[in-house]
Design a protein around this ligand. Structure first.
Ligand SMILES: [Zn+2]
Length: 469
């Protein structure tokens, strides 16, 4: 089934123009119900499943159908390893009648999004306005957008779940699928387009579709320039014969992007080549999908301390922690660096450093989180790794007092050296129990010389330097 990307894009544009003047139905009466939550909506891919052709008394069925759909979608590789990247919600909107239109059979029902089968002459192609039968986007895609903007302002992937037992659906800006068994495989295929920008690996012509390569389609036949060549085992024939001993390898198979010749795909079979067959996504498509997950969901979820400029003025143990995606998302690896030197023993999400063991001055602590999944071999955008850096200023008090020495018959000099982040006070005493200040805030680090300002007739005098708190 051909994508409706450009078609849907025009629809969205039209919607933007029309939304201000068309009286879109109020979304206030609808509410969002949670099916699956794995994190905040601004940091997850939110699947938002809306009911189409379900009367109010079918809402229980809708929730069951939606739960089954989510389980099917996230059960397919690579989604099954990255469930933690997804949230799922339902929006139950009532239709006046059950089902969907089947124009080829003369069947028309009154439903909220006015969907129809038979679009583009294909019985299984479910569309929503604007389409061949209803040109008004406010009756279809406008209602989807209004609900999404109202109830999921952080954005989501809208999926219309159609209460019809005839197999069908479509992709584009809005994913559509019926509750018929097997329709979920179609949505999984369409998610490949929507999330990862994958291309159809079909041979069937699509006149007018742009000849733009996707991550899984190419016209290149030179092995060194094939974008997925890291997945191709040496010795694989290029192009790869679709029959014989190499047919089950990953290679370069002719037929893709709506061309039977001159365009190539990575594997003989893939979910992006067939919608109805439950073939898995090929390695190249899975890699593109995982990268797409990490464009929305970052591997580093939070860190502590949240402040990234730290100051240590007393010897202490400083604890740094990071939290990564839950384990279902690949295999998270955490590494730590201190002053750009890797700490080999530090591979956990907690790292401790003693400021007393560091010299005074600026230090850097860095955590790097990386998904070590084997599903991705090429990550030019470094999407699978993320670093967090803390700048640590260590200013521990470390004072030394030089022996007082006479500078003349009656005066003495006292030298203080070292560091004290808040300065020092230099005090003097004739008897030790009683002290008086003779110089305050003289310095924070380096060397300070104090000379008695006037002739000092005292036979004995003691000095001490004290760091200010
Ligand atoms: Zn593929």
């Amino acid at each position: 089934m051909a994508r409706r990307v450009s078609f849907a894009f025009l629809c969205w544009l039209a919607l933007l123009l029309l939304a201000g003047v068309v009286g879109l139905p109020s979304a206030r009466s609808q509410t969002l119900a949670t099916l699956l939550t794995n994190g905040p909506t601004d940091r997850r891919i939110n699947l938002v499943i809306m009911s189409e052709g379900y009367k109010t008394n079918k809402f229980g069925q809708f929730r069951t159908d939606a739960t089954n759909l989510v389980n099917q979608l996230l059960g397919a590789a690579p989604f099954n390893q990255y469930r933690s990247c997804f949230n799922a919600f339902t929006i139950a909107v009532a239709s006046n009648e059950n089902g969907s239109d089947h124009p080829s059979q003369g069947t028309y029902v009154d439903t909220y999004f006015n969907t129809s089968y038979d679009s583009y002459g294909k019985p299984e192609f479910i569309n929503l306005p604007p389409d061949e039968w209803d040109p008004d986007p406010a009756h279809g895609i406008g209602r989807v957008t209004a609900l999404l903007n109202s109830l999921m302002p952080d954005g989501g992937v809208p999926i219309l779940l159609v209460n019809d037992l005839n197999y069908g659906g479509s992709g584009g800006g809005v994913l559509i699928c019926s509750r018929a068994p097997g329709s979920d495989t179609l949505v999984t295929h369409e998610m490949g387009h929507t999330l990862a920008g994958l291309g159809d690996e079909y041979d069937a012509a699509f006149p007018g579709y742009p000849d733009t390569e996707e991550p899984n389609t190419t016209r290149v036949t030179n092995l060194a320039q094939i974008k997925w060549n890291v997945w191709i085992t040496p010795g694989t024939q290029i192009p790869t014969p679709p029959t014989g001993p190499q047919a089950d390898r990953l290679g370069l198979f002719e037929g893709a992007h709506y061309h039977a010749t001159g365009w190539y795909r990575p594997r003989l079979n893939c979910r992006m080549r067939y919608q109805t067959e439950p073939f898995p996504f090929c390695e190249v498509c899975q890699e593109a999908l995982v990268l797409s997950f990490y464009r929305k969901v970052r591997p580093l979820q939070s860190w502590s301390p949240t402040a990234t400029n730290l100051l240590s003025t007393t010897p202490q143990t400083l604890t740094f922690t990071v939290s990564t995606l839950p384990p279902s998302a690949g295999v998270p690896v955490t590494l730590w660096w201190l002053d750009n030197t890797a700490v080999p023993s530090a591979t956990q999400t907690v790292f401790q450093v003693s400021s007393g063991a560091l010299s005074n001055g600026l230090h850097q602590v860095r955590a790097e989180v990386r998904d070590a999944t084997t599903l991705v071999r090429t990550d030019p955008g470094q999407l699978l790794r993320q670093s967090q850096i803390w700048q640590l200023q260590v200013s521990l008090t470390n004072l030394r007092l030089a022996i007082a020495r006479p500078t003349s018959q009656t005066n003495v000099s006292v030298v203080v050296s070292g560091s004290a982040v808040h300065g020092i006070v230099l005090e003097a005493s004739t008897n030790l129990p009683a002290w008086q200040s003779v110089a305050t805030n003289a310095f924070t680090q380096g060397r300070f010389e104090f000379v008695e300002p006037s002739p000092n007739p005292l036979p004995r005098r003691y000095y001490r330097a004290r760091a200010l708190p």
